[in-house]
Ligand binder design. Structure first.
Ligand SMILES: C[S@@+](CC[C@H](N)C(=O)[O-])C[C@H]1O[C@@H](n2cnc3c(N)ncnc32)[C@H](O)[C@@H]1O
Length: 238
């Protein structure tokens, strides 16, 4: 199953350390109590290694990064983090893998259709189903005024070349509507949608940390978003 890929310039928008503090706080609260410190924290889609580096500095546990972007992997290595180029959909696994992290990556696993996208997001988690690991997910939660419609609208616009061209034009006038996923797609979801994906992947939720509600610019509210947060989940195979 092929994932739609962001271009190098779109990926370069992720080279900033924006969310590590909150991710590590959630990791401390829900994942560390269940961690076997002789095993390794694997940060899938771990980008430039900020989370893996912070985990190693904060807790007595080793971490490594798997990311599809070679520039991010080089940046992670420059921080002193063990990092490999790899694919979240076909990850290289090792015997010492302990907690598998998906920090803000699942919404980028986008395919040619809604169904394909759902399958990719499930596949990334199911890959670890029989490995005797726990899974930590930190994900954007887009709640809508009704029926999880915002994530669908954003996916519809960002995955369509035509609507993305229009979106890019509008975003020049209204900068809060900018998106680095125009023309490729991004699939944000409500909390109940992510929960059902984890279940479909064969996992149950054994820990949960709710993120703070973010400010939503007025223009974004036109997308029927009622709340944006970054929540974390700890998953165990059922
Ligand atoms: C939004 S960034 C998140 C980076 C970091 N985890 C964080 O929380 O700030 C998404 C990351 O996922 C990576 N990525 C996207 N698809 C991937 C795939 N199939 N396999 C591995 N990494 C992937 C991108 O290269 C990028 O580094």
């Amino acid at each position: 199953m092929l994932q739609k890929q962001l271009s190098p310039s779109q990926i370069s928008m992720f080279y900033k350390d924006l969310f590590t503090y909150e991710q590590v706080k959630h990791f401390r609260d829900i994942a560390m109590p269940a961690a076997n410190v002789t095993k390794v924290v694997v940060d899938v889609g771990g980008g430039c290694g900020y989370f893996a580096n912070a985990v190693e500095k904060t807790f007595p546990i080793k971490a490594r990064v798997i990311d599809a972007d070679p520039i991010s992997v080089d940046a992670a290595r420059a921080l002193g983090v063990v990092a490999d180029v790899g694919d979240a959909l076909r990850p290289a696994m090792r015997d010492d893998d302990g907690i598998i992290c998906f920090n803000l990556i699942l919404h980028h696993l986008v395919g040619a259709s809604e169904r394909h996208t759902l399958n990719l997001q499930v596949q990334a988690i199911t890959a670890w189903r029989d490995r005797d690991v726990k899974v930590f997910v930190n994900e954007y939660i887009y709640e809508s005024w009704f029926a999880n419609i915002s994530g669908r609208i954003i996916y519809l616009i960002t995955s369509s070349k035509l609507l993305s061209a229009l979106g890019q034009f509008v975003a020049r006038l209204v900068p809060s509507l900018r998106a680095n996923t125009f023309g490729v797609g991004v699939r944000f979801r409500g909390c109940d949608e992510w929960r059902s994906i984890f279940e479909r992947a064969g996992f149950e939720i054994v820990g949960y940390a709710k993120g703070e509600a973010e400010y939503i610019p007025p223009a974004r509210r036109l997308l029927l978003i009622s709340e944006i947060r970054r929540d974390s989940f700890l998953l165990a195979a059922k």
